[in-house]
Write a protein that binds this ligand. Structure first.
Ligand code: ZN
Length: 497
């Protein structure tokens, strides 16, 4: 294969891959936002299964490796984007190739079945139903660590799938730093904190719906290059760089739920919209990692969206729509959107306690992978850890070890990205603040200085840099969890003590 043939082979594969992605994303959007006739489901899932299978087959074929090896041997002659394309596709190819195909297929069927069983097991609070699935999944993940290879800790191999370069060494010190700040602070807040007034009552959904476009415009989401849909579980999906869609769900009894899910998903969408289109043909206009994606959504949702400055601009909008707020001032709203208390369900957790929920899962996963603990002991160990970190003990398995779908779907090593991403965001904001008055921008309802910084330093680079390189280049230092720990301490001490 000549250099030219090799380049063409990879570029063709990327084009096909993007076409299949686009089709898959549209089918998913259609099903999630409009609902589909139940009778069409079997044919639809078979068709989407084929699409993803085709994507896999095209990628893993021998000519991909030949093209990668040819281009690696002439890397000095390649352009920058071509070199990054070869690096990224080479890395992905070798990881996938390390897994025996029959094992991979068996694992896919196992997790498809296990996710279904999990629904019932959670409803019935029956761990025995899940135990054999979890055992097989953990067993596969332990073998996966060997197939992938690792230097120090086997769990490093799994982490790398979601957060390039993340290791147990890095996460141990990250979670240690957080635990030392958050656990005593949460205890103080719970015992003698100044408790805020909660927002209660019912809020007309049609009025909530009118807020969404304003929230989207406020964050800088370009609605001409995307749209807002309604679903059961909110998500963001990229059809093309110029068609990025977000979703939300309106709850009559929870006004904050849709407000913050819109801001969160806009953070994801802005990242997708601001990637450099010139990198698209090389398949490298994509997120640097899950953690970096999550850093954007949480930075907008929490650091900006739950600031006093934002409460000051949000309150007049709420006054216009809901009589409920007529006696509220911005400080009351700021405190109400930042209520922090020990809780059992991760997806409902507040900004302060969220990372503790992730820490429970991280510690258990790590010990399952080394064989230090057994799947059979998970329910008890889960409850013990919740008691230790959060101060609450679940009263049943649905609010305990069976609450998340991830493990039944075979995702092990995924959870830490949620917490690391949040901490990346705090580190970025710390740098942005040195040159931009973020609160002033919020009060002017013009976040463009912040979004431009993020676009130039993070978004536009796509996959060019690893998460660590992105942080070093944009903030001048490697990942430092203290920015996040200090931010939480300062904010919640101010709010409660
Ligand atoms: Zn997210």
């Amino acid at each position: 294969m000549t250099k030219q043939q090799a380049l063409q082979t990879l570029l063709d594969k990327i084009e096909a891959d993007q076409a299949l992605n686009l089709a898959g994303a549209l089918v998913h959007w259609d099903a999630a936002t409009t609902g589909v006739p139940e009778k069409s489901l079997p044919k639809r899932s078979a068709a989407t299964g084929w699409l993803y299978g085709e994507q896999f087959r095209r990628f893993i074929s021998p000519d991909t490796l030949e093209a990668i090896e040819t281009l690696e041997s002439v890397s000095g002659e390649l352009t920058e984007y071509e070199r990054i394309m070869v690096r990224e596709y080479g890395r992905e190819y070798r990881k996938l190739k390390a897994v025996p195909p029959d094992e991979y297929e068996a694992f896919c069927s196992l997790t498809a079945e296990s996710e279904n069983v999990w629904e019932t097991a959670r409803e019935k609070c029956d761990f025995n139903m899940m135990q054999p699935y979890y055992e097989k999944i953990i067993d596969y993940q332990r073998r996966l660590c060997d197939w992938y290879g690792y230097e120090k800790h086997p769990y490093d191999a799994l982490l790398d799938d979601y957060e390039k370069g993340a290791t147990v060494e890095m996460l141990d010190s990250f979670f240690d730093a957080l635990r030392q700040k958050i656990v005593p602070l949460l205890k103080k807040i719970t015992e003698h904190g100044n408790q805020p007034k909660e927002i209660t009552g019912l809020f007309d959904i049609s009025k909530q719906r009118e807020l969404a476009p304003w929230l989207a415009d406020f964050t800088g989401f370009d609605r001409k290059r995307g749209k807002i849909g309604e679903v059961e579980h909110p998500f963001c999906t990229t059809i093309t760089r110029n068609d990025v869609r977000i979703t939300t769900k309106y709850h009559e009894d929870s006004l904050l739920s849709s407000i913050y899910s819109v801001i969160h998903e806009c953070g994801h969408a802005i990242y997708e919209q601001n990637m450099d289109e010139n990198k698209d043909v090389y398949g490298i206009a994509d997120d640097a990692s899950m953690g970096v994606h999550e850093s954007q959504s949480r930075l907008y949702e929490n650091i900006i969206g739950r600031s006093l400055a934002f409460a000051e601009v949000l309150l007049p909008k709420l006054h216009q729509k809901f009589d409920y707020f007529k006696n509220w001032d911005a400080d009351m709203l700021y405190r109400a959107v930042n209520i922090a208390k020990p809780s059992l369900i991760r997806i409902e957790a507040d900004e302060l306690t969220y990372s503790l929920h992730v820490m429970v899962r991280y510690e258990l996963e790590k010990d399952l992978i080394t064989g230090k603990i057994k799947v059979a002991d998970l329910p008890r160990l889960w409850d013990d850890k919740y008691e230790e970190f959060i101060g609450l003990r679940p009263s049943n398995l649905a609010e305990g070890v069976l609450q998340d779908v991830h493990w039944s779907g075979g995702l092990v090593g995924y959870f830490p990205s949620y917490a690391i991403g949040t901490a990346y965001g705090a580190q970025m904001i710390n740098t942005i603040k040195k040159s931009i008055d973020i609160d002033a921008a919020v009060r002017k309802e013009d976040l463009s200085p912040v979004t431009s910084w993020l676009k130039d330093n993070i978004h536009t680079h796509g996959k060019v840099y690893s998460p660590d390189e992105l942080l070093r280049r944009s903030t001048g230092e490697p990942f430092n969890p203290m920015y996040y720990a200090n931010y939480l301490e300062e904010k919640f001490t101010g709010l409660y003590l």
